[in-house]
Write a protein that binds this ligand. Structure first.
Ligand SMILES: Cc1ncc(COP(=O)(O)O)c(C=O)c1O
Length: 383
C-alpha cells in the first residue's frame, strides 16, 4: 500500500525533488521518498494547527521531543542515554558543522569513508578542515565494505584527529556490524580520534542486518562519539527541520553544551510534534515501508539486468539509495548528466561524492514499482 502511489500527485508534489526539473523528468535523486507522509504525522500536525497552538514551544525541562528521543533509542536500539546529553538541532548537517567547529582544530584532518554524502565534504572544507579519504572497497561476496587496513594507516597521520562515520552509509548502504564498530573504535582509541557518527538512516536497515548505535558499543565509544540523527528520513519529513545531537563524552560533552543555545535558533514546533508522533505510532508503518523498499531493492537488480546490462549494482544493506557503477557503459565520468540530458532521468552525479564517484550515479529507489520501472526503461533506451 505504501508504494501504491498516485503518479500525477507524486510528479506534481511541491519540493525540490520533482519541481527542480518538472514532471517530465523522472526524479530519482535527492533523498526524499515518493511515499505519502504517514497519517499519524499529518494528524498530529493538523491537530496542532487546528488548536491554534503555534506559539512558543517548550524551551525548558521536560522537553517532550527529547524525552521521546531518549525513549526511542532505548526501545529501538537498547541504547540507554540521558536527555541531559541531547541537544536539539534543525538538521543533521548543522550538528556535524557544530561538532567540527567546536571539537576540532582548523587545518586538522577528518577521515571520511568515501564515496561520501556531498555535504560532508562541504562542511569539512567550509570550516577550514581537510578531508582525508578512506575509500570503501567492494567485492562480489561482501558488497561495499570498510577498508580497515587503510583506515589504520590514515588514522596514524599526524594531522588526523577525527573520523566521520555515515552509519548506515550513504550512498553505498553499508551497515557497520558490532565487530566493525569494535575495530573502528580500537583504531580511534589508538590514535585518539573523535568520532562523529551520522545515523540518520538508522531506521532503514534491511534484515538480517541490524543498526547498532556507534556510541553504544563500549565506554570507549561513549567517550569518543558525537551522534547526529533525526526521524526525518524515516518519515519523509525532511522539510520540517528537526534533529538531534548527542554525546555523553566527558571531554566533548561540556564543550558542546557550553554553546549558547540561542546560537542554534529555536527549533520548529511542528517538526518536534511530527517526530514525537512518528516514534509513538510509527512502528507498523516503518515495517511496511521497509518491506516495500526491500521489494524495490530486489526489483532494481532485475531491472538493471533487463535495461542496463553492464551496470554494476550491489544491493544496499540499508537506505533507499543505490550506488550504480556505470563505468562500462561508455558514458564518461559523469553518466548522471548524460541520463538527464538524453533520458530525462535525474540522478545524483557520482562526482559529487568524491573522486571515486567517477562513472557512478546514485539512484533513489523509494518510489512506486511503476515509476522505478519507467525510470530504468528510460535509462536503458539511450544505450
Ligand atoms: C547521511 C545523511 N546525513 C544527513 C542528511 C541531511 O540531513 P539534514 O537535512 O537533517 O541535514 C542526509 C540527507 O540525505 C543524509 O543522507
Amino acid at each position: 500500500m505504501i508504494f501504491d502511489l498516485d503518479t500525477d500527485r507524486v510528479k506534481n508534489r511541491p519540493g525540490i525533488k520533482w519541481q527542480r526539473h518538472g514532471p517530465d523528468v523522472m526524479a530519482a535523486w535527492v533523498a526524499d521518498m515518493d511515499v505519502e507522509v504517514p497519517d499519524f504525522i499529518i494528524d498530529a500536525i493538523k491537530k496542532r494547527i487546528d488548536t491554534g497552538g503555534l506559539g512558543y514551544d517548550f524551551y525548558d525541562e521536560p522537553i517532550p521531543v527529547i524525552e521521546a528521543f531518549v525513549n526511542r533509542m532505548l526501545a529501538k536500539f537498547n541504547w540507554e542515554i540521558s536527555g541531559d546529553d541531547v541537544i536539539r538541532q534543525h538538521d543533521v548537517v548543522q550538528s556535524i558543522q557544530w561538532a567540527i567547529n567546536v571539537l576540532t582544530e582548523p587545518g586538522s584532518g577528518i577521515v571520511l569513508q568515501t564515496p561520501a554524502y556531498p555535504p560532508f565534504y562541504k562542511s569539512i572544507e567550509d570550516l577550514g578542515r581537510v578531508v582525508i579519504s578512506n575509500p570503501l572497497r567492494v567485492s562480489d561476496e561482501h558488497g561495499w565494505h570498510l577498508d580497515f587496513d587503510h583506515l589504520s594507516e590514515v588514522a596514524k597521520r599526524s594531522n588526523v584527529r577525527t573520523l566521520m562515520l555515515c552509519h548506515p552509509h550513504n550512498p553505498c548502504g553499508v551497515v557497520f556490524s558490532e565487530s566493525d564498530l569494535r575495530t573502528i573504535y580500537s583504531i580511534a582509541e589508538e590514535n585518539d580520534l573523535l568520532v562523529i557518527s551520522d545515523e540518520i538512516h538508522s531506521d532503514l536497515v534491511y534484515e538480517p542486518n541490524k543498526h547498532i548505535p556507534a556510541a553504544s558499543i563500549s565506554d570507549i565509544a561513549k567517550q569518543r562519539t558525537v551522534t547526529v540523527t533525526a526521524a526525518t528520513k524515516t518519515f519523509n519529513i525532511a522539510g520540517l527541520r528537526m534533529s538531534f545531537m548527542h554525546t555523553a563524552s566527558d571531554k566533548h560533552g561540556p564543550l558542546l553544551k557550553a554553546i549558547p543555545p540561542r546560537l542554534f535558533g529555536g527549533i520548529n514546533g511542528l517538526g518536534q510534534i511530527a517526530t514525537v508522533a512518528g516514534w509513538e505510532y510509527g512502528d507498523a508503518w516503518i515495517a511496511e515501508l521497509l518491506s516495500g523498499l526491500d521489494g524495490n531493492r530486489q526489483m532494481l537488480s532485475e531491472l538493471i539486468v533487463e535495461h542496463l546490462p553492464g551496470v554494476v549494482y550491489h544491493q544496499p544493506k540499508a537506505t533507499y539509495l543505490s550506488w550504480l557503477d556505470c563505468n562500462d557503459l561508455g558514458l564518461g565520468d559523469d553518466p548522471g548528466s548524460v541520463f538527464l540530458e538524453r533520458a530525462s532521468v535525474r540522478l545524483n552525479s557520482g562526482l559529487d561524492f568524491g573522486e571515486s564517484g567517477s562513472g557512478f550515479v546514485r539512484l533513489n529507489f523509494a518510489t512506486s514499482p511503476e515509476l522505478l520501472t519507467s525510470t530504468l526503461e528510460r535509462m536503458g533506451k539511450i544505450l
